[in-house]
Design a protein around this ligand. Structure first.
Ligand code: HEM
Length: 528
């Protein structure tokens, strides 16, 4: 009996020793090694298990900004942040040269598994593909994202902005000013654009039934919600969390908890709904290929029919819809929404931006119908909206939707500058560090779009990487900027954007970095 007690105590002690080693001793050992080797070139952010997340949460609670510590961290010699997460340690590079080195060589790293929805929805997409598979997908999708091709989606973007204006106008009939949820408003536009760019315009208001109570929701809403719920599950279902920590993506292959099962059923329903759209369209195009339009789905189907070695699969098409929709919707709406918020605080810049749009368009105005001005906007005009472009860049600088590149594992020992990254270490780049560096951007917390209007901005551009850089940079960046310009131009021609004196400004890191409360501005109808 005593022997059994000793064995049990021995096992418990070994487990405690092992867990203490991987969660505490190993990170501390690595960090002290790093400090000895790199001195003030590295700054350490350690907290047991949670790692750098603890610092985001702390700053959110105390300073209303998840990344306040990054904004205030600038030191002349600093090149990297060392952090832990779970049982791993990692580097986030902040030196632009080192960031470039990391991003130039994406095949030295593997993606970190996300929660269930990420694996289920994106595993075959460009965002998760690697090496040859990624190259093939990037080449194919790159054609549709080419600047000249995006021209084809310009009418869709204009039409979507006009639809939103009509809705706002309805609300403004009875009141002179109204509180507008600016992030939600921009999101309505970018969501519809992302959906239709992929699936075409015929699939409006598609609904799928997924809820237990039989209620229905659109594919795009469900996509966002199921992703959020997938993260939320870890807070409410600790068994699912432990399974995931131990087994990562394999954790949902067996012994599903009730929460995991419900999530999986929703994900299956979502996939079925997407598969139904793809199958229906394939049927239509098989009967008449001339029906093909400029949207991603039709391009995929035509390529599959014309080239039997295309390598494209239906799973890949569906996963790329999820990836492109999620990568392109909230990021772009945040950029535009944040820009409009700052314009509410700087009425002079707002007026200059409005005048820029009016100047570009009024040369085309034949009759005195200024309320129709926005419909005159042509794709070619976008290049003349210099101030609007600078406003969007300043929005991305102050509130980058992606504060860092996706965290990955090193596949092998790698040298980044003088830093020795070990196989299995986590690696990322915090873009947000350079975007708020006072040596590059004087008064970094001040909204100053004029800093982008100067002729010589080489140094600024080298530090400006909100779309990342290197071969795996953002494939949708041209589309994002075009959407952003159209949103700003359309709204500025119709409304004066006023600050909300009761605003609550909290900058929070969620799936994208943005404002926590969407109560920031009022709109007032104007006649330009
Ligand atoms: C302001 C808006 C946007 C921002 C700030 C942004 C930012 C980024 C960043 C930082 C990455 C690199 C992520 C990584 O580290 O791996 C990325 C990749 C990507 N983005 Fe965007 N993005 C925006 C808009 C869009 C749009 C509109 C689309 C498509 C409709 C899109 C589609 C993608 C895709 C598919 C990738 C993965 C590319 C690859 O792995 O080859 N993004 N984006």
């Amino acid at each position: 009996m005593i022997f059994l007690i000793y064995i049990s105590l021995g096992i418990i002690a070994s487990i405690i020793a092992f867990v203490s080693y991987i969660l505490i001793l190993y990170p501390i050992f690595r960090f002290s090694q790093m400090k000895r080797k790199y001195g003030d070139k590295v700054k350490v952010f350690f907290s047991i298990g949670q790692g750098i997340l603890k610092f985001y949460n702390q700053d959110l609670a105390n300073k209303n900004d998840s990344i306040a510590f990054i904004r205030n961290m600038h030191e002349p010699n600093l090149k990297a942040i060392a952090f832990n997460f779970g049982t791993k340690v990692g580097f986030s590079f902040v030196d632009p040269e080192l960031q470039k080195q990391v991003l130039q060589n994406p095949h030295s790293y593997s993606k970190v598994d996300g929660p269930m929805a990420i694996t289920f929805l994106f595993a075959n997409s460009i965002a998760y593909a690697t090496e040859k598979e990624w190259k093939r997908q990037r080449l194919f999708l790159g054609k549709s994202f080419h600047f000249e091709e995006i021209k084809n989606y310009f009418p869709l973007i204009i039409e979507t902005c006009q639809k939103t204006i009509k809705k706002i106008d309805q609300k403004l009939i009875e009141r002179e000013t109204i509180n507008i949820q600016i992030l939600k408003t921009c999101q309505e536009i970018t969501s519809e654009v992302s959906f239709k760019v992929f699936f075409g315009s015929n699939n409006e208001n598609l609904t799928i039934i997924t809820r237990k109570d039989g209620s229905s929701t659109t594919i795009s809403n469900e996509l966002v919600q199921v992703l959020i719920d997938s993260y939320y599950l870890f807070q409410t279902d600790k068994v699912a969390l432990i399974k995931w920590i131990l087994l990562k993506r394999k954790s949902t292959s067996f012994f599903l908890t009730k929460g995991e099962e419900q999530l999986l059923n929703r994900l299956k329903a979502l996939r079925q709904a997407c598969t139904a759209i793809v199958s229906k369209r394939k049927e239509e195009l098989t009967q008449d290929r001339l029906l093909a339009k400029k949207n991603f789905l039709d391009q995929y189907i035509i390529e599959m029919a014309q080239n039997e070695n295309s390598g494209i699969t239906y799973d890949e098409i569906i996963d790329n819809f999820s990836a492109i929709y999620l990568a392109g919707t909230d990021t772009t709406s945040n950029m535009a929404g944040v820009a409009l918020y700052y314009l509410s605080l700087y009425p002079e810049i707002q007026q200059q931006a409005r005048e820029e749009v009016i100047k570009v368009l009024s040369v085309k105005l034949k009759e005195n119908k200024t309320d129709q001005l926005f419909s005159l906007l042509a794709f070619e005009d976008l290049q003349n909206l210099n101030l609007i472009n600078s406003i969007l860049k300043e929005s991305l600088r102050l509130m980058p939707p992606a504060i860092q590149s996706q965290t990955k594992f090193a596949n092998q020992d790698i040298k980044i500058g003088e830093f020795d990254v070990k196989k299995g270490d986590l690696v990322t780049n915090h873009f947000s560090y350079n975007l708020s560096n006072p040596e590059v951007f004087p008064n970094p917390d001040v909204f100053n779009p004029n800093r982008w209007m100067a002729a010589n901005i080489h140094n600024e551009m080298a530090n400006f990487t909100p779309f990342s850089q290197g071969p795996r940079n953002c494939i949708g960046q041209h589309l994002a900027m075009i959407e952003g310009k159209c949103i700003l131009a359309s709204l500025l021609l119709q409304y004066e954007i006023l600050p909300n004196p009761a605003e609550k400004v909290v900058r929070q890191m969620r799936i994208v970095y943005g404002f926590q409360y969407d109560n920031l501005v009022y709109f007032k109808k104007i006649n330009v």
